[in-house]
Design a protein around this ligand. Sequence first.
Ligand code: SAH
Length: 220
Amino acid sequence: MDKELAAYQRQREEMVRWQIEARGIKDPNVLAAFHSVPRHLFVSEALMDQAHGDFPLPIGEGQTISQPYIVAEMTEALAISKEDRVLEIGTGSGYQAAILAAIAYRVYTVERIHSLYLKTRKLFDDLKYHNIVTRYSDGTCGWKDESPFDAIIVTAGSPNIPKALVDQLAPGGRLVIPVGNRFTQELIKLYKDIDGKVYSINMGGCRFVKLIGEHGWKDE
Ligand code: SAH
């Protein structure tokens, strides 16, 4: 293995140990996914050396790749198994989608900024993530043609929970979404039981970029 690759792999192992496991993430599927996805390839070359830090990083267009721990926390909350079909709103760098794709049967991910959509689609092809389906559109309306989903994750902060997303959740499905104002949100986990009844819990504070669209924030 070349030296640079070995160095990134070491940084990845440290990241999983000290940021993910040490903070209580236990799902073996989640830990294995974090070990397998090369996080440094999801940021620009200039930021690769910081890719495993305990913070979000800019990915262009005013957007960010989330801090590793929040990706792990949301993924664990979704309790993904290998038969699951998962919808992600906010493809961004593609890192969260790649983590999900390492566990799930198939991941459907939606991005509203065209340049990010194109760049990340190419990355998925280069890295051979064949079970990720991408789409350029407003994710606040979900992806009706492919619904229902076993799990839905929204990786941008919303003023409320878009009804279309709850409707597109399968019985037994889980939805995780940051809900709040423009500056700070609460991470809400919603569960739909087999009779279609919906329960929610608050997982605590978080801070995401804005979910912009018909059923999110209206402005930029
Ligand atoms: N999951 C991403 C996080 C990216 S930040 C990652 O792992 O890198 C959130 C992303 O959500 C941004 O790229 C932003 O453009 C996108 N976004 C915001 N509103 C959206 C909407 N209505 N539909 C689809 N994507 C949206």
